[in-house]
Write a protein that binds this ligand. Structure first.
Ligand SMILES: [Zn+2]
Length: 499
């Protein structure tokens, strides 16, 4: 019997299943055939052609007889071109052309027809998942993916350029196959809050939002700098922890960003014509969408009311749970999606309602409809509402730079630490029940809030939002109790009632 087996894996949502590639060669058969079985998808079936050409072109031979490659367990649908390399190696082993590799290897890689080993999506996820389950696991991966192996010990990973390299590896010549990469550092941002002059109110609002990871809605006329402000929010969020870097890198890896380490907070800004599946994730084999690529960072949705209603509604569950569930006929996938939503919009369709200089050309009905497009349940999850006026000429011309992102980030990080110490999560993620427990309102402040609620006709929900923001403001002053001044600042961020 000519038989061999090699371990590899298959991605199932944001999980990895171990897969065993088995090869059997029946050399008594006079016909030369090659068959892949075990629920391969179309992309895996194509593997046959690549494997045969690659083996021939690097000077090995394709054995005579009937060859069967089985991908086990057979109950699971297999997707991806990374099966090429384990199938080819298993075939070379079964036909006795190379020495058997150590059985602790898990192998991934796509083959070019010339035998070249090409990078594949998902390597970061494969390595982290398999290593966690199996401490003995070692890996052979394409050199084009080597950066993604940074989170597992270097001595357990071998990177190759060509199928030919397997010969040396099987003979124990291994030194030249050690991965080379740089440890993740916090990559510096190319933008800085310093570049924004004026807009003191909006910047302060953003600092509070960043400190508690609160979702934000900015409303203002075109040219008020909403996008400029949003882009700079990741620059003031605390440094990513190692766990966050690993998690984000795995998400990007599955989404097809190869050899990419996410070591600074992501900023994603999908266009308002984007489909639901590109925003929340989807596909026959579910892939993460924009909300997961924004995990640990910022999702910026400019012209918020212009997005399709189903897109906006699909944010509800992720905003609540910090992850998204994608249901398909045969599978359910969960991807992390803990992001800070920054939505922005004009005050009306023409953009100038309430502007001091340019007159609005919309009818009252148009203005009302435009501002009603985003449903109550979504708006309830947006704690901070900021009105952003167009900047006055004097402010734009001022030579004085704004405060640097670094200074703001120092304060944001301190405020975030206080919250983590107290309740192990940021204020923006508190449930109403938890908020009650940690609010600590001073008696005078409670009185003040009650009166404000009556005179401003606040709903119970907006009172809750005010308490939540006040909690973050109090934390920014390292104050255990919420005082009147904190509430009065928070009242500024409830948003102006239109009409
Ligand atoms: Zn208008």
């Amino acid at each position: 019997m000519k038989y061999s087996k090699i371990k590899t894996g298959c991605i199932d949502g944001f999980k990895v299943e171990n897969i065993l590639v088995e090869i059997d060669i029946n050399s008594r058969s006079t016909l030369q055939t090659f068959k892949i079985v075990g629920m391969p998808s179309a992309s895996v079936l194509e593997s046959e052609k690549r494997v045969i050409s690659a083996i021939r072109n690097i000077g090995f031979r394709v054995p005579n007889g009937s060859i069967v490659a089985n991908l086990s367990p057979t109950s699971m649908r297999k997707e991806g071109s990374h099966f090429d390399l384990p199938i080819a190696i298993s075939l070379l082993e079964a036909s006795g052309q190379i020495k058997e590799l150590n059985k602790s290897f898990f192998i991934f890689g796509e083959l070019g027809l010339n035998g070249e080993v090409r990078p594949v999506p998902g390597i970061a996820l494969f390595l982290m998942y398999i290593k966690e389950r199996d401490q003995q696991a070692k890996f052979i991966i394409p050199r084009g993916n080597q950066g993604e192996s940074v989170f597992v010990p270097k001595e357990d990973v071998y990177v190759i350029d060509s199928l030919k390299d397997i010969e040396n590896l099987s003979l124990g010549i291994m030194d030249c196959f050690t991965p080379q990469y740089e440890e993740p550092v916090q990559t510096p941002f190319i933008v800085d809050f310093q570049e924004i002059r004026g807009q003191t109110f909006a910047k302060r609002g953003m600092e509070i939002a960043a400190s508690g990871f609160h979702n934000v809605l900015m409303r203002g006329s075109p040219g008020s700098g909403k996008t400029m402000i949003a882009k700079r929010v990741p620059t003031v969020l605390p440094d990513m922890t190692r766990e966050e870097i690993i998690e984000s890198t795995m998400i990007y890896s599955v989404a097809g960003y190869m050899n990419t380490i996410i070591d600074k907070r992501p900023f994603r800004a999908p266009h308002h014509t984007a489909s639901t599946s590109s925003i929340v994730g989807g596909g026959a084999i579910p892939k993460p969408g924009e909300i997961s690529l924004a995990h640990n960072g910022v999702l910026f949705m400019d012209e918020f009311p212009e997005y399709r209603t189903d897109v906006i509604e699909s944010l509800r569950q992720p905003l609540e749970d910090g992850e998204v569930t994608i249901t398909r006929a045969k599978s359910v996938a969960n991807f992390p999606a803990k992001f800070m939503l920054i939505a922005s919009q004009n005050p009306c369709p023409c953009g100038y309602y309430g502007d001091k200089e340019i007159e609005c050309s919309c009818s009252m009905n148009q203005i009302i409809n435009y501002n009603k497009k985003v449903s109550g349940p979504i708006m309830d999850r947006i704690d901070i509402r900021i009105e952003v006026p167009r900047v006055k000429i004097e402010e734009l011309m001022s030579k004085e730079d704004g405060e640097s992102s670094k200074n703001i980030k120092d304060r944001v990080s301190r405020t975030a630490e206080i919250q983590i110490r107290r309740q192990n999560k940021l204020n923006g993620k508190l449930t109403n029940k938890e908020l009650k427990r940690y609010a600590y309102l001073e008696e005078k402040a409670e009185d003040f809030l009650r009166k404000a609620a009556i005179s401003l006709q606040l709903t119970a929900r907006s009172v809750n939002r005010i308490i939540k923001i006040s909690r973050t403001i109090a934390d920014s002053f390292d104050s255990k109790y919420i005082e009147i001044s904190h509430i009065s600042e928070a009242l500024n961020y409830r948003g102006r009632k239109i009409l």
